[in-house]
Design a protein around this ligand. Structure first.
Ligand code: ADP
Ligand code: MG
Length: 211
């Protein structure tokens, strides 16, 4: 049996929301990564699909968020629009305990107009694919000066899809002082190179099977 979320430094409201969602205990990757992520460490986390990786980074970035500021404080890069939509949904569910947390999804193949208007109103969290996120950064419609948490989700798939150079360009827009969380099902050399380049003193957590 895995540990309860109540062993983590989360607010009572966040714990009550997890209970409402039916999250009775942490999955293995959550139990391994959340204590480190909540403590502000950079992480390389390896676990397979369906293991609950979204909550493993979402609870960490939500805990640090200043809901009173509309500046973008967290950015999650994903390989596809479908995954970005799933991550956005899961973050919204996990953020229900807080008022006024806005999440914007920034993916290619979607009209810019809606994204530009969401960004104009301000969104503390941006989730998107590297190409479209870079597009917004270059247009000046997205700004990351106040970024605290950068997440590279499914990093191996992003590299497979040819997003290496876009990821590098996006990271150039991020403040050096930040937390970086890298999630990947596999750990090829390309991922090791990204980790060496963009993570600071990272902890590695790896979960083999079960959850
Ligand atoms: P991954 O990113 O590892 O593929 P997800 O974050 O998409 O996995 O989670 C897979 C599913 O498990 C989602 O439906 C999510 O809501 C659910 N889930 C995540 N954590 C828990 C938990 N601690 N207890 C129960 N269900 C969970
Ligand atoms: Mg995932």
């Amino acid at each position: 049996m895995n540990a309860s979320f109540s062993t983590l430094p989360l607010s009572a409201a966040a714990l009550a929301n997890l209970e409402q969602l039916g999250y009775a205990e942490m999955t293995a990757i959550q139990a391994a990564s959340l204590p480190l992520a909540l403590a502000g460490k950079d992480l390389i986390a390896q676990a397979k699909t369906g293991s609950g990786k979204t909550a493993a980074f979402a609870l960490a970035l939500l805990q640090r968020l200043d809901a009173k500021s509309f500046a973008t404080q967290a950015l999650v890069l994903c390989p596809t629009r479908e995954l970005a939509d799933q991550v956005t949904q899961e973050i919204r569910r996990l953020a229900r305990a807080e008022d006024n947390i806005k999440v914007v999804t920034l993916c290619g193949g979607v009209a810019l107009r809606g994204q530009l208007s969401s960004l104009e109103h301000g969104a503390q969290i941006a989730v998107g694919t590297p190409g479209r996120v870079l597009d917004h950064l270059e247009r000046g419609s997205l700004e990351l000066k106040a970024l605290q948490t950068l997440v590279l989700d499914e990093a191996d798939r992003m590299l497979d899809m040819g997003f290496h150079d876009d990821i590098v360009a996006v990271v150039k827009h991020c403040p050096a002082q930040r937390q970086t969380l890298l999630f990947s099902a596999t750990y090829p050399e390309g991922i090791a190179e990204l980790a060496r380049r963009f993570l600071r003193d990272p902890q590695t957590v790896k979960v083999a099977e079960q959850h």
